[in-house]
Design a protein around this ligand. Structure first.
Ligand SMILES: [Zn+2]
Length: 237
């Protein structure tokens, strides 16, 4: 079950991506075929659990999947491909700031899990001061960092690491996310196995090669997007 508080009059792009993300977790659960219930669905290693969901966000951004909306709603205005491209360009704008911040959060989370972490606020001020934007006096990020007490302690890096794998796992789809053969393989190998096989083994089996951070680097440098889909060929080796 997915309980959401979306706008009933229509979703904006952010809400649509969130819906696809959370639905990615749902698919991980409902398509499970594990021997034991304990291993089913999202009962995978914590630093892999966001991979299927972050991967599925891509379906909210690509023309081949977005245009399916017209099949369920023929009277709706067709999706304008130019708009999809512009949306993607807007998403890629300032990516460096976002990923630098994510890296800082992950490093801070790790620092807190070290043997003698020290005062959490002092640690944060010292770390943030070293960044290009510095620390703004009076701001207290640690108090809002719910992940460190919500099950992601020493695991916040998992979001970015999952994204590395998620983007890599998109490469076999090439420029067609709706490819039924690749989709079926993904379902049978990655989703169906839940946590009964180590994530790295599943990823390798699905990709047919060692995982590569190349797609992630293209993403954070703004070279990957709907306007220029990554092809499977570029990812050999
Ligand atoms: Zn998630």
């Amino acid at each position: 079950v997915l309980v959401t508080n979306f706008n009933r009059d229509g979703l904006d792009q952010n809400e649509l991506e969130t819906l696809f993300h959370e639905f990615g977790h749902v698919l991980h659960g409902v398509l499970s075929q594990t021997r034991y219930l304990l291993h089913a669905g999202t009962a995978v290693r914590r630093d892999f659990v966001e991979a299927p969901s972050q991967m599925y966000e891509e379906w909210a951004r690509r023309p081949e999947s977005l245009k399916l909306f017209n099949e369920t709603c023929p009277s709706c205005k067709p999706i304008d491909l130019k708009l999809v491209e512009r949306m993607d360009a807007a998403r890629r704008f300032g990516q460096g700031v976002k990923y630098a911040r994510q890296r800082l959060f992950a490093t801070y989370d790790m620092a807190l899990a070290s043997e003698k972490p020290g005062d959490p606020m002092d640690v944060w001020v010292a770390m943030e001061s070293k960044t290009i934007v510095g620390h703004v006096q009076g701001s207290q990020f640690p108090g809002t960092f719910g992940h460190i007490v919500g099950g992601y302690a020493a695991g916040y890096y998992g979001y970015m690491w999952s994204e590395v794998l998620a983007l890599d796992m998109l490469s076999p789809f090439g420029d067609n996310l709706m490819n039924p053969k690749v989709g079926r393989r993904y379902r049978d190998i990655v989703l169906a196995n839940g946590g009964q096989v180590a994530p790295m083994q599943l990823v390798k089996q699905f990709l047919g090669r060692e995982p590569s951070p190349e797609a992630f680097f293209q993403e954070i440098t703004g070279q990957r997007g709907a306007a220029r889909p990554i092809s499977a060929k570029e990812h050999k080796g």
